[in-house]
Design a protein around this ligand. Structure first.
Ligand code: PFF
Length: 472
């Protein structure tokens, strides 16, 4: 991959573009991108840490007022230009325009996010295998906790599963938009939905279901802080795969007549539904086992196996849960790799196969420090001490934390802000309106959407930045 050097020019002959076979294919693939570790691992634990209730309500407001308008803008830019992120901005803003930087930022974010996402996805594969081969039944809570510590610190385990997960992702992306991404979304997304439904029904049969409903939907505000509100906003970007051109790239495989607004509402609605279902399958089991919902990142890898261990038939359910998590991670990883691969194809005319293998290999290597973060001192404690010196006390981050912090707190919100500002302030009125209204059953929402992009999105994103800088 090369950067934007002075002589770099996009490949003169645009490669013929593949298209989704229909609107359903797009909705399944885009929902596959959106639904991932963010929904099933992160959303329940940040909901737990922030005390449920009001946090969930604020999150829903952020999705409706900030994230969804950006999603419509991204998919629309992709559909209108039929290009990957950098070339989409080049086509609309001109070959020397700095707006292309938003596209480059997105491609960079794909490398950064996939490099550590694949490591966590690797843990889900390892846990699936553990659940299937030996189960967590009979393990004492302290043993389960120690197990996670061991997995986190073991370089061999981390590298093996990270590598295997990247191989799966590469194989699917290399097969193409129709034969790879679409085909596997059609198989994996219904499977994912069935597994999550089965787990929610299982949880609904326990005594913890009532308390869990109250925790998630009751009017609790006792643990909510301003930082929690901004966390909800930041998470809405990550969970909907916004701000880095993933939705733009998937949108570029739509045809002009496909409705952007309806599909965005479908993707946003399904993603939210699955996040809430994730809470409704995890919290009842946690409550029945008498554990805390505020366990943080270990909720899924420590508390849940302990809780499953105490449930009749728990070994099987634990296996279903971790396979579900792995499937969700895979369909998201596919979209991350697709951003960079689609860029390489459009920019240089590289073949899809070569791009997928080459870029996938680079991301595997970039992920090695994250895979070693828990084990080897250089990328664990030494590195953490160095970043503490850089960022100040309490900000010690290992490589893994740093990649997540940079991507979630800076790259995605910055990209989302750039896309909103471009569409709302820079794009010509006529072009914007046409692009929005084409094929849309919701054409009357146009002015409301522009207004949200112009005013609400920038204020929200700037608040996230000011908070990250410690100013508010
Ligand atoms: N939306 C995914 C999740 O919630 O796990 C993560 C993600 C995928 C972020 C693709 C960004 C992206 F482009």
């Amino acid at each position: 991959m090369t950067g934007p050097t002075r002589n770099a020019k996009p490949h003169p002959q645009p490669v013929r573009r593949e298209h989704w076979s229909g609107r359903l294919a797009f909705v399944l693939a885009a929902t596959g991108s959106a639904v991932g570790l963010g929904n099933i691992w992160k959303f329940p634990y940040i909901t737990g840490v922030n005390g449920g209730g009001w946090f969930v309500l604020i999150y829903l407001i952020c999705v409706a007022t900030v994230a969804l308008p950006i999603m419509v803008a991204e998919i629309m830019l992709g559909r209108a230009t039929q290009r990957s992120p950098v070339l989409a901005f080049r086509k609309l803003a001109g070959p020397r325009s700095p707006w292309q930087g938003i596209g480059w930022l997105g491609v960079a974010a794909a490398f950064v996010i996939l490099s550590y996402y694949s490591v966590v996805a690797g843990w889900t594969l390892h846990y699936s295998w553990l659940a299937l081969s030996q189960g967590f039944a009979g393990m004492q809570p302290a043993e389960v906790e120690a197990l996670f510590g061991q997995v986190y610190a073991d370089p061999g385990i981390n590298l093996f599963w990270h590598g295997l997960f990247m191989l799966l992702t590469i194989a699917i992306v290399a097969a193409g938009v129709n034969a790879g991404v679409e085909r596997w979304s059609r198989i994996l997304m219904p499977l994912l939905f069935l597994m999550i439904l089965a787990l929610v029904l299982r949880a609904a049969g326990t005594d913890g279901f009532g308390p869990a409903l109250d925790f998630v939907f009751g009017a609790h505000s006792d643990r909510l802080t301003p930082a929690g509100v901004l966390e909800a906003l930041g998470h809405s970007f990550f969970t909907l795969s916004l701000g880095m051109g993933a939705m733009l790239t998937y949108g570029s495989y739509l045809r002009a007549r496909d409705d952007v607004v309806t599909t965005s509402l479908a993707v946003g609605g399904l993603d939210t539904l699955i996040s809430l279902m994730a809470c409704m399958m995890i919290f009842p089991i946690i409550f029945v086992a008498g554990l805390t919902p505020a366990a943080g990142p270990g909720l899924v890898f420590v508390s849940l196996p302990i809780a499953f261990g105490q449930l009749p038939g728990g070994a099987l359910w634990a296996a279903v849960f971790f396979v579900l998590l792995a499937v969700a991670a895979l369909t998201s990883a596919i979209s991350l790799l697709e951003v960079a691969v689609s860029h390489a194809i459009d920019w240089r005319g590289v073949s899809r196969r070569r791009a997928a293998i080459g870029i996938g290999a680079v991301i595997f290597v970039l992920g090695i420090p994250s895979a070693l973060s828990g084990g080897t001192p250089l990328f664990g404690s030494d590195f953490a001490a160095a970043t503490e010196a850089l960022f100040g006390e309490g900000h010690g981050k290992n490589w893994f934390d740093l990649a997540d912090y940079l991507a979630s707190n800076w790259m995605l919100p910055l990209g989302g802000l750039g896309i909103a500002v471009f569409v709302a302030w820079r794009m010509g009125e006529h072009a914007r309106e046409q692009a929005f209204r084409a094929g849309s059953r919701f054409a009357r929402l146009y002015w409301g959407w522009v207004w949200l992009l112009r005013y609400i999105v920038p204020v929200g994103v700037v608040a996230v930045f000011l908070h990250a800088l410690g100013i508010i």
